[in-house]
Design a protein around this ligand. Structure first.
Ligand code: PEP
Ligand code: MG
Length: 908
């Protein structure tokens, strides 16, 4: 058997791996290899594979080190040869970085260690060799700090406290009377290293390791461990990344951006990740290392002159001040910038996608540290795909597949109303880090955002800067506001990835964590105060600013048209009112797949008539109340049919248990008694008699229509009369009447007989007829397995996968929250089957029902109207199951349209 290869080397324009090996080498490792192969300057190094990550979790540190040691030692020799330096040597030391790199990029979620290989001897050697003691000691203090954090687990004591190392830095700066880190002298840095190590010993009880190899094994294993840290687990959950994938570890020769004024480091995007505009943009810092740019501690400067000018304008900084204090890389290091600009174009053309790149300039020489497909907002995703299509870089199929259906959600949310914005009071302005409109109450800590969200409050998370620990709070807040950090800071990158509104680097804000206040000039805002963020302009407003609905236009509309060309599935909407129907229509719905008529029963005064009907003693009493409901229902249907203008509308007959409509509180019951002119006791007894132990399995669905046919009669009459009235106006109507909760074909037969009889009666009265279809929901397992019998009666099937999931699993829809989170955590369930269709169980029933139904009626129209109809992976299932359409809430219509196209394209 061939020996398993666990380490892949790269360097000097050669590589053992390549860009296609993401699964084994992770995204970063694969792209580092590929960049070498296409001649981009990349510091040499090697990748330890993702398979070793899994081995680490079974063998532990010692076991895994034994396994990889010979290959790592050999790979390190290769790096030493290319760099002409030696790892651990005190005269000519090679330092390395150790970084994670999973198959899918997980920015900032796992750990990184830079400058590894330094100790008290090596630092002196480095200082001599580089003739730069300050640089050597600055690198050393950074290494101790990072290694202490990541490998030795030094953490702040409480949420109000800073990182323990940052506290030491602040203390030394205070003692020395200096403001900036860059003002610290070599001796100050030596003092920092000493205090850092003492702090490590004090907190962890362990000495800081001096042997570079011991440091390396510690770092490699810490990166593997970080795959299972809390934030990485949460990120995977949010992005559906399987835990089995594991991370690779990349060990790479260090190049230094902190060697003085001709050195720099930065991150850049080949296009704008927030808006998608084709503008090369990014940020850099002179005399700095990578973590400085993303940490948001020093505010980085723009790479291009154009970007720098735009930034200065946003900040209200004059051109002369900008050019002297905050010049762009293009101005400061023009030669390195030109090369960087060429490389970014090369990378984008080569990978045919927007790239997120990291680079370092060491004494004027440019090195590329990473390239990956850049995270972007939904809006940017759409624009970049459509622009690249127009530029001929990608084809239509690729353009459609480039946009993640779920990401469209961001484009469908309301935006600030421009009239309201004009009147709003501006607090300050930051950078437009991630677009959107957010309104919420100020909180300062991520765990408070979580707590407040649980209480149903909307929050804006306000931080000096965010860190990966804040991830959960960020997901649960409406928007994120930071005082420090640029467009590539943690807050900005993560918010864009989540599609969350974010304003970063609002430098005017003075944030006081201890007192929980923000001060801007003379004004102070407290925790709990309402503010609004415009993530597209960076402006922060006082209070709540009104919003208006989003529209499908421009590139978004073009993408949707393309998607419809590829899709086989049609998309309808679940809509109960003309208003919902209008929204659905705006978003491209091709019909209404489910109108839940009971929702109409709660409108205005009608609930009284509904209750009267339910509480009536006999058929006569029921008919009297139903007669009051008839005109109201007819009016509703007229509105719906008119709005849908000839597109199909599926109207479902009454479904929920009657007990849901009756009054439950004494006062309401007394009011009802007065209204109906009976005693309170009569009402109370009726309400009690209607209560059921398992209402979801009780007197509901077609069982209501079969026991009280007069309800079906009234609803049918309202539907058919409405259809005729609209038809009389010259508007086409395409009506489908749907019977819920059928378990045996006889239930449907009985209901169909009632419907047909009433329809004929109405046609005779109006002397006019229309086509109508009678179909059923398939939402009871028995209906699915006897679908051939049901299809003999039904004109169409619509899968009610909410109930079908409930009854197939035997999980009550209303009580599942009690155990579902635990099942998900324990891995008993991989996902929530009420959100993502259970292909192997519920999906099997759907397939069987379609097959059996069409064996009787080959053209039987089949759709889905459960919540799954708007969820992308479930839509894909529906495509494969051969359904004709999916129906989902209006706001998910574009998502379903795109998901339907993806399903068809993936099958090609
Ligand atoms: C269903 O059961 O999937 C369905 C659409 O009906 P409801 O959610 O109204 O029970
Ligand atoms: Mg149902």
């Amino acid at each position: 058997m061939p020996k398993t290869k666990r380490v892949y080397t790269f360097g000097n324009k050669q590589a053992e791996g390549n860009g296609k090996m993401r699964e084994l080498l992770g995204g970063k490792g694969a792209n580092l290899a590929e960049m070498n192969l296409i001649g981009i300057p990349v510091p040499p190094g090697f990748t330890i594979t993702t398979e070793v990550c899994a081995e680490y979790y079974t063998l532990g540190k010692e076991g895994v080190v034994k396994l990889i040691k010979p290959e790592v030692e050999a790979a390190m020799k290769g790096v030493e040869q290319i760099m002409n330096m030696k790892f651990g040597d005190s005269a000519n030391p090679l330092l390395v970085s150790v970084r994670s790199g999973a198959r899918a990029s997980m920015p900032g979620m796992m750990d990184t260690i830079l400058n590894l290989g330094l100790n008290d001897e090596v630092v002196e050697g480095l200082a001599k060799k580089m003739n730069n003691p300050r640089f050597a000691w600055d690198s050393y203090r950074r290494f101790v700090q990072m290694y202490g954090d990541v490998v030795m687990d030094m953490k702040p004591q409480s949420k109000e406290d800073e990182d323990p190392f940052e506290e030491i830095i602040d203390a030394v700066k205070k003692e020395k009377g200096v403001k900036l880190d860059t003002d610290l002298t070599t001796d100050d840095l030596k003092e920092l290293v000493k205090r850092f190590k003492a702090a490590v010993k004090k907190v962890t009880g362990k000495d800081f390791p001096t042997d570079p190899w011991e440091q390396l094994w510690g770092a490699v294993c810490a990166v593997f461990s970080s795959w299972m840290n809390e934030r990485a687990i949460l990120y995977r959950k949010l992005n559906n990344i399987p835990a089995e994938w594991g991370t690779a570890v990349n060990v790479q020769s260090m190049v230094f951006g902190n060697m003085g004024e001709t050195s720099a480091t930065g991150v850049a995007f080949t296009r704008d990740a927030a808006t998608g505009e084709d503008i090369f943009n990014g940020e850099y810092l002179v005399n700095a290392q990578g973590e400085d740019v993303v940490a948001g501690i020093r505010t980085p400067q723009e790479i291009t002159i154009e970007g720098s000018r735009r930034w200065a304008e946003l900040q209200g900084i004059s051109e002369s001040e900008r050019a002297t204090k905050y010049p762009s890389l293009e101005e400061v290091m023009p030669a390195a910038f030109t090369e960087l600009n060429e490389i970014q174009q090369h990378l984008e053309e080569y990978f045919k996608d927007m790239q997120d790149i990291e680079f370092t300039i060491q004494s004027g020489k440019l090195w590329m540290l990473q390239t990956r497909s850049g995270k972007r907002t939904g809006a940017a995703m759409v624009k970049i795909a459509m622009d690249m299509l127009a530029e001929g870089m990608i084809d239509a199929k690729t353009a459609v597949l480039r946009v993640e259906p779920a990401k469209l959600d961001e484009l469908l949310h309301p935006v600030f109303d421009s009239a309201a914005l004009k009147k709003a009071i501006i607090i300050s302005k930051g950078l437009p880090a991630s677009p959107g409109a957010a309104t919420g109450q100020i909180v300062f800590f991520a765990d408070d955002a979580e707590k407040w969200a649980a209480e149903g409050k909307k929050t804006i998370l306000v931080r000096i800067e965010t860190s990966p620990e804040d991830l959960k709070g960020m997901t649960l807040s409406e928007g994120i506001l930071t005082a420090r950090g640029g467009m590539t800071s943690h807050a900005a990158v993560v918010a864009r990835g989540m599609g969350k509104c974010c304003v970063s680097g609002a430098g005017d804000l003075v944030i006081d964590y201890k007192n929980r206040t923000i001060t801007v000039g003379t004004k102070t805002y407290k925790e709990g105060d309402w503010i609004s963020l415009n993530g597209s302009t960076g402006v922060i407003y006082e209070g709540k600013v009104a919003t208006k609905d989003a529209e499908v236009s421009g590139d978004f509309a073009k993408l949707m048209e393309l998607a419809d060309e590829f899709a086989h599935l049609k998309v309808r909407a679940n809509a109960d009112t003309p208003r919902d129907a209008k929204t659905a229509f705006r978003f491209g719905a091709q019909g209404i797949g489910l109108c839940r008529t009971e929702h109409m029963f709660f409108e205005g005064d009608r609930i009284k008539a509904v209750r009267e009907m339910i509480l009536a003693d006999d058929e006569e009493g029921r008919r009297k109340a139903l007669a009051k409901l008839l005109p109201m229902q007819r009016g509703d249907f007229e509105g719906l049919f008119e709005t849908m203008n000839g597109h199909p509308v599926t109207v479902r007959l009454l479904d929920p248990p009657l007990h849901e409509f009756v009054p439950h509180f004494e006062k309401e019951m007394r009011d009802m008694a007065a209204e109906m002119k009976v005693s309170y006791e009569v009402i109370k007894n009726k309400v009690d008699a209607l209560a059921e132990s398992n209402p979801m399995l009780g007197h509901r669905g077609c069982r209501l229509g079969n026991t009280y046919p007069e309800i079906t009669e009234m609803q049918t009459r309202a539907i058919i009369e409405a259809a005729l009235n609209i038809k009389k106006k010259g508007i086409d109507v395409h009506v489908e009447i749907m019977v819920p909760l059928v378990g045996t074909h006889r239930e449907l037969r009985a209901q169909k007989a009632v419907i047909d009889a009433v329809a004929q009666e109405v046609f005779a009265e109006h002397n006019m007829i229309i086509d109508y279809a009678v179909g059923t929901m398939i939402e009871i397992p028995r209906a699915a397995v006897t679908a051939n019998q049901i299809a003999e009666v039904a004109d169409f099937f619509s899968f009610g996968t909410n109930d079908l999931t409930q009854m197939t699993f035997g999980y009550s829809r209303d009580d599942v929250a009690k155990f579902l989170p635990i099942y998900l955590e324990k891995g008993i369930l991989k996902y929530d089957p009420f959100q993502i269709i259970d292909v192997n169980g519920v999906g099997q029933l759907v397939r069987e029902a379609v097959f059996k139904g069409r064996s009787v009626k080959p053209q039987l129209k089949c759709g889905i109207c459960g919540e799954h109809g708007g969820e992308p992976t479930s839509v894909e299932f529906c495509h494969y199951a051969g359904l004709n359409y999916v129906s989902c809430s209006p706001y998910r219509v574009p998502i379903a349209r795109l998901a339907a196209a993806h399903a068809a394209l993936k099958q090609q």
